[in-house]
Every structure is written in structure tokens, then in C-alpha cells.
Design a protein around this ligand. Structure first.
Ligand SMILES: *Cc1c(COP(=O)(O)O)cnc(C)c1O
Ligand code: SF4
Length: 396
């Protein structure tokens, strides 16, 4: 059955926590303190499947479990296949390690000149500033270090990282990530942003964060003031399914936008979550309505224990084909594979070009109709021959 949704509805409310004062509910520190982190806590509200129970028992060796009350409300508790549930409640599949999977599948540690800094592309760096997140995604690319369940012992070295960036004038773009940078205190974040802003060669500063999705309460007016002060700060949020696009997320995106933060979205293509053209279309439409431009759709990285989430690339290409031409160009993300071992992000597109030679390019449009665009000019008529310089060789 094709996915359908009530397009006018934006989920909101305190759900299972209706008894809690609104002032607590809207307080991000309260949300963090009241996260669900154990199988017992989850079972107070829903029945875990045997698969999930096994996953929870194993999670502490891989990636901790944590779900904010706000995000937990989005789970359909009667549906073991709920796309929100699959993202945050572990399943036994996490214990299956496949041959091709790696702890550090993108070779980030090899490209790391100082702890927490990945310098892969010539002009930009990835600055991992914390190993904590508001909630943990079961398919996390950095599960080796995030939540510290694997004793990776991640210690971001802000000062070393900043000095490296200061000493490398070729770095014009700094991407703060982690973990989730917005879990840092306002004070720490302001310190980092002010230091980065003071480096003349750093033109572009951006933050990758799933906080607006897991913990929209964190997007406070005080935080927005910091973004205004050191802006432009760009932000990539991380929404995978239209159900995550709630009234609270929409309001948080509005606060960010009005503080001058341009917003993009990164999704990971996940089996049973968003590997469906109708779901993807509903998602990107909701994003545009929240002032968020879809940026990347990632083929999942080859992380350990991730195979139960893996989607065939051909399915991803089919989804991209279902978007192009069928919806607003702004709604269409770039589908990429982050090349295993550290080759960077490479676009994987449906093929529209049928052939190209010196004469012409032949291609198909979104309806599958063939078109041609000539590459050679063959003059038929010259309107004002006397204006053409004598050395012109246009006449044959
Ligand atoms: C994704 C990534 C970036 C940013 O890539 P863009 O395509 O510019 O968004 C930079 N460095 C590393 C190591 C990355 O993984
Ligand atoms: S928010 Fe990002 S870093 Fe944190 S667990 Fe999810 S994917 Fe990993």
C-alpha cells in the first residue's frame, strides 16, 4: 500500500508525558534527564519484540540507547515496524557483523591530523567536537566513538583543532559535528564559534546536528542569538521520515531561520524507514515547508552491524528517479555514497544521458522521452555579412 499522510497535520503535544508541566517539557535539560535508556524503561511504555530485547542487551557494547521523551512520543507503540522505532530502538541485527563492514568505515582516523579533526578534502575540515548525542541512531556512522560504548575514549582537543585550522590557510570551510555539537553549552559553543570567526581564512562555518529533531527544545532564543552574532552559520539537520517533521521541529527550524541560519537536511537511506518513493516525497515536501532544503541522501556507510538497514543502491536510484521532474527541484537531495575507506562523497544519479559524441548529446527526460541537444553549430544564414570581419571563416 502506498504511503499516505495527512498533509495538513503537524504532530504536537506531550503525549505520554501529558502530566508533566509544560515548563519541564519545554526545558531541554529536563528532556535529557528523562531520556529512556534501558529496556526496562522502554517496556513501561511498549512491548519490546524478542529481536529488540536482544538488541537492547547488546547495545551497551556497541552504541548506548537513549531516546528523549519528545522523540519517543513519535513512535507508534502498536507497530513493531514503526519507522521511528527502528531508528532508535536496537534490534538483534546489530550483532551481525558482515565481512565488508568496518569500525571506521570512512577511514576518518587515518585522515585525522589532530584528535577530532578530519582533513579529507583540500579546503574543508570536519571538526568532531563531542561524542554525545541527545538520542542515538542505531545506524550511526560514528558509533565507534559516539556514546563511548566501545571504549574509544574520544577526547576532542578544541585548542589543538583550532590551532591546526589557524595554521592552514587552505581551510575555508569548517564543519562542526560529532556527536552533536548542539549538546555543548552555549558558552562552549560561543567560544568555538568566536574563535573560528576570528580566523580570516575561514569563510564558511556549518554545524551538523540532529538536535532539532531529537530535542527541539534546545533551540532556545539564547542559542539563536549566538548564531546571529557569529553568522552566517549554516546548519544541516537530519530528518529521515515525514513523521519526524512535527510542529515542534517546524517551530525550531523557524527560530533558526529567523536567526539567519540557512538550513539543509541530510537523510540516510534506511531499510523499512524511508526506502520508498512516496515516503521520501512526503519527507522532502515537509522539509520545504519548514524552510529546509534537502541536501544529501546517503547510502548507508558500511558500519559494523548495519546490514539490517542496508538498501540496494538500485532502489535508491529508483527513488531519485521518482523525485526528479515529479516534484520541485528544490526538494531533491543529492544521493551520495561516502566512498568506503575515505574517498569522499560521490553522487549516485539515475542515468539520463543515453549517448554523447562530438555531434550531439541524447538524453531522456523524467517521462522517459528521448531528446537531443546538438553540440555542433551549423550556420544556415548570416543576417549582416558586411559586419563580419574578413578573416572570419564562417563561409565554406
Ligand atoms: C562530508 C564531509 C565534509 C563535507 O562535505 P560537503 O560535500 O562539502 O558537504 C567534509 N569533510 C569530511 C571528512 C566529510 O565527511
Ligand atoms: S545524531 Fe548523528 S552522530 Fe548522533 S547517533 Fe545519530 S547519526 Fe550518530
Amino acid at each position: 500500500m502506498p504511503y499516505s499522510e495527512d498533509r495538513s497535520a503537524w504532530y504536537e503535544g506531550q503525549g505520554l508525558w501529558a502530566h508533566v508541566p509544560a515548563s519541564d517539557w519545554q526545558d531541554w535539560v529536563w528532556q535529557l534527564k528523562n531520556r529512556l535508556t534501558t529496556a526496562e524503561q522502554l517496556e513501561r511504555h511498549l512491548t519490546l519484540t524478542p529481536e529488540e530485547k536482544a538488541g537492547c542487551a547488546f547495545a551497551n557494547q556497541k552504541l548506548a540507547v537513549a531516546i528523549t521523551p519528545y522523540f519517543f512520543n513519535l513512535i507508534d507503540r502498536n507497530d513493531p515496524n514503526c519507522p521511528i522505532r527502528k531508528q532508535v530502538i536496537p534490534r538483534a541485527g546489530e550483532m551481525v557483523i558482515s565481512e565488508e563492514e568496518k569500525i571506521d568505515s570512512l577511514g576518518e582516523d587515518e585522515h585525522s591530523p589532530v584528535p577530532g579533526l578530519v582533513h579529507r578534502y583540500p579546503d574543508r575540515v570536519l571538526f568532531l567536537v563531542t561524542d554525545r548525542c541527545a538520542a542515538y541512531c542505531r545506524y550511526c556512522t560514528r558509533s565507534r566513538l559516539v556514546s563511548n560504548a566501545q571504549d574509544y575514549n574520544f577526547h576532542p582537543e578544541y585548542e589543538q583543532g583550532l590551532r591546526y585550522i589557524e595554521a592552514h590557510p587552505e581551510i575555508r570551510d569548517v564543519l562542526l559535528s560529532g556527536g552533536d555539537p548542539l549538546l555543548l553549552s552555549d558558552k562552549k559553543l560561543e567560544h568555538l564559534l568566536s574563535r573560528l570567526r576570528a580566523i580570516p581564512h575561514v569563510e564558511f562555518i556549518r554545524i551538523g546536528s540532529r538536535i532539532p529533531v531529537f530535542l527541539p527544545q534546545r533551540i532556545t532564543p539564547a542559542l539563536c542569538e549566538i548564531f546571529k552574532k557569529y553568522g552566517p552559520i549554516w546548519m544541516s539537520i537530519h530528518v529521515n521520515h515525514p513523521k519526524e517533521a512535527t510542529a515542534e521541529l517546524k517551530a525550531a527550524c523557524e527560530r533558526l531561520s529567523f536567526a539567519g541560519v540557512p538550513l539543509g537536511n541530510q537523510s540516510v537511506l534506511l531499510k523499512g524507514v524511508n526506502d520508498d518513493a512516496d515516503v521520501m516525497k512526503a519527507l522532502v515536501h515537509r522539509l520545504l515547508r519548514m524552510r529546509v532544503r534537502p541536501y544529501y541522501l546517503y547510502q548507508m556507510d558500511l558500519i559494523t552491524g548495519g546490514s539490517h538497514f542496508k538498501v540496494d543502491v538500485r532502489k535508491g536510484i529508483e527513488i531519485m528517479r521518482a523525485l526528479r521532474g515529479h516534484t520541485t527541484g528544490y526538494a531533491i537531495p543529492q544521493y551520495v555514497i561516502d566512498a568506503p575507506g575515505g574517498g569522499g562523497k560521490v553522487p549516485i544519479n539515475p542515468e539520463y544521458v543515453e549517448s554523447v559524441n562530438d555531434e550531439e548529446i541524447v538524453f531522456r527526460n523524467y517521462e522517459g522521452k528521448t531528446f537531443r541537444y546538438p553540440l555542433k553549430s551549423t550556420p544556415k544564414k548570416v543576417s549582416n555579412p558586411e559586419l563580419i570581419p574578413v578573416e572570419a571563416t564562417i563561409y565554406q
